[in-house]
Design a protein. Structure first.
Length: 258
């Protein structure tokens, strides 16, 4: 797999297509492969580039703490290492946190911004009681985690989708997971959203158990000129169960910026 050296870290990436460069930033329990089934749906005219964040299985880093602004510096350096002055950037969930921080801290690298199923503060995520879930056993935890991404009906009736989703969810060692959770624990850019100058699209599922639609509209009111699209029936995994609808919105938005 190809890597590029960015901010002192070798980051793995994969790409498809040609045209407008789009950097895809994955969620917390995923890596670049989150977008394997999504990238081909973006169509002609878009060069879709999915990259790891530091501390991913194929992109390890020194076992020391880091924060979201370190992730943003990595992403900015990644864009530069590809020989690009700027790129469109899409992040979902944890990746959305990184994407909005990138747009604030390194605006010169972001041509347009797409935020999916995310929020400007960890206080705006509906965090589950994982201790209570774990007390009910690993099967309950596994079903809950899968159910945040896709609908319960899909879990029971769409084995192909479930196989694709499970393949994209990465089991991290406890130390890596703890570092990633610590990186976003203090995430709060609510008072800096007005600094985002890139054209912005916000995508949010109306059945997302982790981020609600009100948060998406709240965020859009504070990012100058931001658009919001609510995807009916979608949960947290916008690039999985309803990936074609998500891809259609993303493609139209990017090509409208050309």
């Amino acid at each position: 797999m190809p890597h590029v050296r960015a901010n002192g870290i070798d980051l793995a990436y994969v790409e498809s297509g040609s045209g407008e460069p789009l950097i895809l930033l994955h969620g917390s329990n995923a890596d670049r492969t989150q977008f394997d089934v999504f990238r081909p749906l973006l169509g002609e005219g878009i060069r879709a580039i999915a990259c790891d964040q530091r501390d991913s299985p194929d992109s390890p880093c020194e076992p020391v703490g880091y924060d979201v602004f370190d992730h943003a510096r990595d992403a900015a350096a990644f864009i530069e290492a590809l020989g690009l002055r700027e790129a469109h950037v899409m992040g979902t969930s944890y990746g959305g946190i990184v994407a909005m921080t990138l747009a604030i801290a390194h605006p010169e690298r972001v041509k347009s911004l797409i935020l999916g199923a995310t929020a400007p503060s960890t206080a705006q995520f509906n965090a589950p009681d994982m201790a209570a879930l774990r007390s009910e056993g690993p099967e309950v935890v596994a079903r809950f985690m899968l159910g945040t991404v896709v609908s319960p009906d899909a879990i029971d009736n769409d084995p192909d989708l479930i196989a694709e989703t499970k393949a994209a969810l990465k089991i991290r060692d406890e130390a890596s997971l703890a570092r990633r959770m610590a990186a976003v624990a203090q995430h709060d850019v609510r008072d800096r959203l007005a600094e985002i100058k890139a054209p912005t699209l916000i995508l949010q599922g109306d059945e997302d158990p982790l981020v609600d639609a009100d948060t998406a509209f709240w965020m859009a009111e504070r990012i100058p000129g931001a658009e919001v699209h609510i995807l009916e029936g979608s949960r947290h995994g916008l690039t999985f169960q309803h990936r074609q609808r998500t891809a259609d919105f993303v493609r139209a938005f990017i090509l409208s910026q050309v």
